[in-house]
Design a protein around this ligand. Structure first.
Ligand code: NZQ
Ligand code: ZN
Length: 392
């Protein structure tokens, strides 16, 4: 087991009616004026936003709203939010929504606390982030795990890049999670969320050569739980217990618990972000479309790890390691298909030329300067080969 730091400071308020505690949580963390950040309107239609507002009003905390965060949230929109937050003198940002809304809230918190700096300079670390505003989240979709993660992701449309920043300032002070609010999710978003949760766990799992029994067991148990309850939810979205399992798994998959002693890789996410930046595809779908090709490209270099995954997550029983490893990949792809996720670029609806594959590979590897994967280093040529395999 490698040395590690584990820091997951977010206070979680989980369960039915949890949103009614938003006001008391905001008060507890010192809010005097809040900005409520929302997305494209689902929280207005469901009535959740009104409940959150009522909860703040009950505590006597004034608030302003900033709507319009969209999937693959943009730098331009976040900057608009910063201008409003600065003008309104807010001192806490609360997101009511999914990963895109929470990431926008994080960006607004950083920009508002540092109004003399360009947000993209903070994002790209030209300027060190040394302070931010406290952030809270009222989660509406189990998926990105942003409610407990130390990361935030934005798209800079002007230069066609989607990238994230990892910092302790990205940790929400509190996360309000009521599984019932996710009952209104469209099937496609639910399936994309299930995929992302699995991916956050697998991106920390396929790292060979490190022995971490407990971390393995947590990751494998989390994956089995998501597969089992994901199947239930795809048939019955209003199943509270299944949604609760998935929502909690979403947070634990990305609060670093499943990387203790091993670390993380996130190469599939790099491939996915390059696709989302250029083609504006759903995050979870960008991952399922390339995961199978990524796994097939690499598994022979980590046969034992892939075989362990197959045996413990998918109950595969094969006589030899290589067949078990291959079968685990097959079953994962079949599961993505079963829940309606794309497993190729064609199914993702992205038709790319050889020239575009080359451009995507350069984006994913920062112009061939960053090596991806901890199984073996992948350069732009390797990444292009994976995209090519994913064409189907
Ligand atoms: O915008 P609204 O109207 O709210 O609709 C959203 C959106 O259209 C809808 N939705 C969410 N909750 C709903 C609902 N519709 C009905 N009922 C509900 N309860 O779902 C759509 C997707 O929302 P979004 O916030 O984009 O989903 P998700 O949580 O998957 O977030 C994806 C974003 O998070 C980033 C992704 O790259 C992507 O930009 N990620 C952030 C991470 C982090 N900060 O730690 C890690 C992830 O790996 C990921 O990169
Ligand atoms: Zn993700």
């Amino acid at each position: 087991m490698n040395n590690f730091d584990f820091f997951a400071p977010t206070e979680v308020i989980f369960g039915r009616d949890a949103q009614e505690k938003t006001g008391t949580q905001a008060r507890k963390f010192g809010a005097r004026k809040v900005m409520l950040v929302t997305g494209g309107g689902s929280v207005v239609r469901s009535g959740l936003l009104r409940q959150v507002e009522d909860s703040l009003t009950k505590e006597g905390i004034p608030f302003v709203e900033f709507a319009g965060a969209r999937p693959n949230p943009t730098l331009v929109h976040a900057c608009e939010g910063i201008r409003k937050a600065v003008n309104e003198h807010v001192d806490m940002i609360i997101a009511v929504g999914g990963g895109s809304t929470i990431d926008t809230a994080k960006a607004i918190a950083h920009g508002t606390a540092n109004p003399d700096h360009e947000l993209w300079d903070i994002w790209t670390r030209k300027v060190a982030l040394e302070k931010s505003l406290p952030i809270g989240a009222v989660l509406t979709i189990p998926a990105a795990g942003s409610e407990m993660s130390d990361s935030a992701v934005l798209t800079n449309e002007e230069i066609g890049k989607k990238s994230g920043i990892n910092t302790p300032f990205n940790r929400c002070r509190f996360a309000i999670m009521n599984p019932e609010v996710a009952f209104t999710l469209p099937d496609q978003q639910l399936a994309a969320g299930i995929t992302d949760i699995m991916m956050h766990t697998m991106e920390r799992y396929f790292i060979p050569g490190v022995k971490c029994d407990l971390t393995d067991e947590i990751a494998e148990g989390l994956l089995r739980t998501v597969i089992k309850n994901g199947r239930i939810l795809m048939k019955d979205k209003n199943n509270y217990d299944a949604m609760a399992e998935i929502m909690w798994a979403g947070s634990l998959s990305h609060n670093n618990l499943t990387e203790c002693g091993r670390g993380k890789d996130f190469s599939v996410h790099k491939l996915g972000h390059a696709l989302s930046a250029r083609y504006d595809v759903t995050h979870g779908a960008s991952l399922s479309a390339v995961w199978g090709s990524w796994a097939q490209y690499l598994y022979m270099d980590a046969k034992g790890r892939f075989a362990q995954y197959a045996e413990r997550v998918w109950q595969v029983q094969e006589d030899d390691t290589e067949s078990a490893a291959a079968e685990g990949i097959k079953r994962t792809i079949a599961f993505f298909r079963e829940i309606g996720m794309p497993v190729s670029l064609k199914e993702l609806g992205v038709n790319v030329s050889e020239q575009e594959i080359h451009a995507l590979a350069l984006d994913a590897t920062m112009n061939d300067t960053a090596k991806l994967s901890r199984i073996r280093p992948l350069n732009a040529e390797d990444v292009a080969a994976i995209y090519r395999m994913a064409l189907k």
